[in-house]
Design a protein around this ligand. Structure first.
Ligand SMILES: Nc1ccccc1C(=O)C[C@H](N)C(=O)O
Ligand SMILES: [Zn+2]
Ligand SMILES: [Zn+2]
Length: 207
């Protein structure tokens, strides 16, 4: 039996976040010395820190919140593919693949190499690729990048195209060591009732 591999960014006070967004912090707010029995911590973070999922409410005021998302999206078979040195993630990068029966597609770009700082640019997902993915049966798209759109995008064309085509979004995976192939994925969001996104612990196991 293959072992589960952690493909999540580690949550430390140094983790790079979206420019201007809330820095991650963990601290012990009630120490064992103070409480007499236990250390109790608190975390303060943006919902889009590290490895996380986007709920439609992130980019659509009428969209679903995290609690409304089907947990079945985030557990099950996933295909990992490599798309390296591409300016955009577009059809010509994926056209050679057979995506038949694939519902979760994870793309390793290696475009975010230095994880101690936020990337300056990333290859965005081409919105024109999205209907093709949906037609193949993809319901979850994951990437080793902090967004599916360009970092300076305001219209978020890829986010909206994915949403319109029923494909959910998983961002910030760590796929540095992951070869192409079929895996099982588990990357469950927290049960945030009003969440626009949620950190996940993402793990893969080779099939
Ligand atoms: N934190 C932010 C603050 C301002 C604007 C965007 C973000 C994002 O996190 C974008 C995101 N990761 C996304 O692509 O869904
Ligand atoms: Zn996000
Ligand atoms: Zn996003």
């Amino acid at each position: 039996m293959n072992r589960w591999i952690d493909v999540s960014q580690k949550l430390t006070n140094e983790i790079p976040v979206w420019p201007g967004d809330t820095p991650f912090s963990y601290q012990v707010s009630w120490s064992k010395e103070e409480s007499g029995s236990v250390n109790v911590g608190q975390i303060n973070m943006s919902t889009h820190t590290g490895t996380h999922i986007d709920a439609p409410f992130h980019f659509d005021d009428e969209g679903q919140c995290v609690i409304d998302l089907d947990v079945n999206l985030y557990i099950g078979d996933a295909l990992v593919v490599h798309v390296k040195n591409a300016k955009r993630i577009e059809l010509k990068e994926l056209a050679h693949l057979s995506l038949e029966g694939v519902t979760r597609l994870l793309i390793r770009t290696d475009a975010w190499t230095d994880r101690t700082s936020f990337p300056a640019t990333i290859p965005p997902v081409d919105p024109e690729l999205v209907p093709y993915l949906a037609k193949q049966g993809i319901r979850l798209l994951g990437l080793d990048l902090p967004s599916v759109d360009a970092l300076d995008s305001k219209e978020l064309a890829a986010h909206h195209a994915l949403h319109e085509n029923g494909i959910h979004i998983l961002e910030g995976l760590v796929l540095d060591e992951i070869e192409e192939g079929m895996y099982e994925l588990a990357a469950l969001p927290l049960p945030l009732v009003e969440g626009d996104g949620s950190p996940v612990r993402a793990v893969l196991r080779q099939k």
